[in-house]
Design a protein around this ligand. Sequence first.
Ligand code: 6LW
Length: 517
Amino acid sequence: MQFHNPIIPGYNPDPSICRAGDTFYIVNSSFEFFPGVPVHESKNLVNWSYTGHVLDRESQLPLTGCNPSGGIFAPTIRYHDGMFYMITTNVNRMWMNGKAGNFIVHAKDPKGPWSEPAWIDQMGIDPSIFFDDDGSCWYTGTGRANDGQGIVLFKLDPMTGEILSDKKIISRGSGGKCPEGPHMYKKDGMYYLMLAEGGTEFGHMETIGRSETIDGPYTFNPAGPILTARNDNASGHPIQCTGHADIVDDENGNWWIVSLGTRPIGPMAHHLGRETFLAQLRWVDGWPVVDCGGLMQLEAEGDLPHPETVSPVCDNHHYDFAEMKSWPVDFAWLRNPEMKNYALDGTLSLTGTSERLSTPNTTPTFVGVRQTQFKTISEAQLLTNIPEGCSAGLTAYGIHTHHYDVLITRRYGTLYAQLRKHIYDMEAVVSEIPLPECEKVVLKITSDRSKYYFAVDAGKGFVELGTALTIGLATEVTEMMTFTGTFIGLFAENGKARFTNFDYTAEWEGKPEMRIG
Ligand code: 6LW
């Protein structure tokens, strides 16, 4: 059956997948955004519903002062004996306090509530857990042990985070740089250690080794990486940087691999973030072989489980705040939000503070959804009774140094619409028009692969305010290595603004009708 990739579009990197009965669950890294570690679920691997987040309390997810792309790195989700476990790293704890940032939480239901963190006394990132046939739980992750740096193994109490054995470095990879993202599996009596190597950029690849004993030695697949696009950069293959994968079987005995990947806007740059992709894999002579030679495809084929449940999906969001009583599951805030600045009071009321979108490492009054496709249309309707000096509107937001904002502001009593661009240390209002007094306006951002288009409607039809290049929000052009992707968000600065509606529609690249997932 055909399906369309990415299966979870937009900034959803470092996927980890598990299955409980007939239902699959995927978690992704979330960095400086709150809540943390989104959970999607599916029965057919192509229709994914956003069920919530693992880390939905500040006690689980302290992000104060977090750098862009700090916070929560790669997670792992596993299901064992009726309990779900999620293990990950809050690099903030490591970078700001010098303490190990690895922790594990558990829940009977992936919708939560999840437990408080059980911290693990192991530095490094990319922790994973594996339950052996005897029920023992083993930690793997990148880090140091007495015998150096590499993929470290030790027995773990998954409920308390207590380390129950000596630590041992069991692999340093197959020769690629940055061996990381380890996951361990057992099949036909053999232990398999799968790694991401090559770095999460255009040299990314997924490798796998096997051993008769859990602590090695691991012999790596003589065929080389099972998944990569590193040899297809120049060919312009539409999916790049594939790696950081996880594998799972379905109830029919078929095997699947999910991995992160990017959809570049041009040579060597992407702005939608690292997304989650799917391919089928088959075992040949004791080694996994991924379909299409390990090159992820936008239109793929597979023996999907529960094909009768497959239906077309889209990423559209239509929010009418008049009736809304609870926060949509796909809303994301920057770091730990000051929730007194947000209210669903028949509108979405945002109370802007002196923290602006461009203020580093803070929590400006902002809430957004991930941009999931190149072609999108976003419209926000807001009331114009904003106070003097307040700015509020819609933003295409990468990080605090890279965002494009279409907004209204009041100066000396007059209401203006502006297109404001912030790139690196440069911020400019590139266009501004006075608005007639009116009760509300609609702000609009339209996007395609190369540009964003900004407009305002004050009651007499949309007036263009200008355009901006998508490359300006690409990960590869930011001053710091970012691991996130573009949000379309609502914001307010220096005063209260009230939004009545927010609509986001996305057009699937390629053959949307073929994305029957
Ligand atoms: C992830 C690690 C990585 O934890 O990036 O580049 C980190 N490699 O595997 C964040 O995605």
